[in-house]
Design a protein around this ligand. Structure first.
Ligand SMILES: [Zn+2]
Length: 375
């Protein structure tokens, strides 16, 4: 995710506004002030419509944040830390550290968001009805709109299209029944792909019949869900193929390494130039003390290369994903994902035995795909 343009903290969770969301908020405000509200409530001054639109946009943002906060607080109760909530063009995303480890946790987490939206829907609607007789039109108009919006948000998110909330509920239920999380992901993601394609089809239909802008929104949304669902399904399939394998089965043994006492100049010219990797293990006295690559070299001024030892610029081993060769591939993949790294150093009591890269895994999957086909 890109850098947010604004962020604040609520109940210990960092809430970030993505630039795309601000753009969307302006678009929504404009369509409310120039179209929706003047159509529904005639005869008000234009400045009132803009005021209503601004209040509604703030209400929408608060509604989405509360929805995501619902997910977050339940996740936290199950011991899954949530790093941040980001508002971007299609609503909110709560960024988890890893996936839930049990179907019950996933089920309650997924349901919490839509339940908050339903509660907000009732809250706004009741307040709107309460104020309808006494307060000026603009107040209950905004509240009515926010009530309906929250019900819509809950309904849309409950579509069984993984990774939407409803898809997560579906996955949790299949997982609960079969005990197989990867199978559950595959089915829920497949359902997400089908719904996404239907959404795009509907979008194309309404683009032709009701106007391009109307349909385009559904096409983009469908495409977005399709790409996320496909990515999750492919990952689940890959994990299934790799299950039971160990790091030692797929790693590249005896990888290139560099000595900690060489200069940065030597490292760049003799090692990096021939093996242009991002994570070259650096060894001192037979033990891996860290890794270095382009990033580390670039951080050092060029004129200092000859006089600087590699040990001085190395990223310490504690900051790098590592594994024992007997570790299961799935756990290794989790470690790489958590560190956002494409390589992992394989150690045996501090000594270098190999390197595992995503490319190794992809090659192996290709091998399996090529040779497990029926002849
Ligand atoms: Zn949600």
């Amino acid at each position: 995710m890109q850098r947010p343009i604004a962020s604040f903290s609520l109940l210990g969770v960092s809430i970030r506004l993505d630039a795309s969301w601000i753009l969307l908020a302006l678009l929504i405000a404009w369509s409310l002030a120039a179209g929706v509200f003047p159509d529904l409530y005639r005869g008000l001054p234009q400045s009132t419509y803009w005021g209503m639109a601004a209040a509604t946009v703030v209400g929408i943002a608060a509604s989405i944040i509360l929805h995501e906060l619902g997910h977050t607080l339940v996740a936290r109760a199950f011991g899954l830390p949530i790093k941040s909530i980001t508002l971007f063009v299609f609503g909110g995303v709560a960024e988890m550290e890893g996936e839930p480890k049990a179907p019950r946790a996933e089920l309650f987490m997924a349901l919490a968001g839509p339940l908050v939206s339903v509660a907000l829907g009732f809250g706004f609607s009741l307040l709107a009805n309460f104020l309808e007789g006494s307060a000026p039109t603009e107040y209950h108009a905004v509240l009515h709109y926010l009530g309906t919006l929250n019900f819509t948000l809950a309904a849309f998110n409950m579509a069984p299209a993984f990774p939407l909330d409803g898809g997560r509920v579906l996955r949790a239920l299949i997982w609960l029944v079969t005990g197989d999380s990867l199978k559950a992901t595959r089915i829920a993601a497949r359902s997400g792909e089908i719904i996404a394609v239907l959404l795009m089809g509907l979008g194309a239909f309404s683009a032709l019949t009701m106007g391009l802008v109307h349909g385009l929104w559904w096409i983009v949304l469908g495409w977005f869900i399709l790409s996320m669902a496909s990515a999750h399904r492919k990952e689940a399939e890959a994990r299934q193929l790799l299950s039971g394998m160990r790091v030692g089965d797929l790693m590249t043994p005896d990888p290139v390494s560099a000595a900690a006492d060489m200069s940065v100049e030597d490292f760049v010219e003799t090692v990096l130039a021939r093996f242009p990797h991002d994570l070259i293990p650096v060894v001192a006295d037979g033990r891996v003390i860290g890794a270095a690559g382009f990033q580390e070299a670039k951080r050092t001024r060029r004129q200092d290369w000859p006089s600087t030892g590699l040990a001085a610029i190395v990223t310490p081993i504690t900051d790098i994903p590592t594994a024992d060769s007997s570790l299961e591939i799935e756990t290794a993949l989790d470690r790489m994902q958590k560190a956002r790294a494409s390589r992992l150093i394989v150690l045996d009591q501090g000594r270098l035995v190999g390197i595992l890269t995503l490319k190794d895994l992809a090659n192996h999957l290709r091998f399996k795909a090529e040779f497990s086909k029926p002849a």
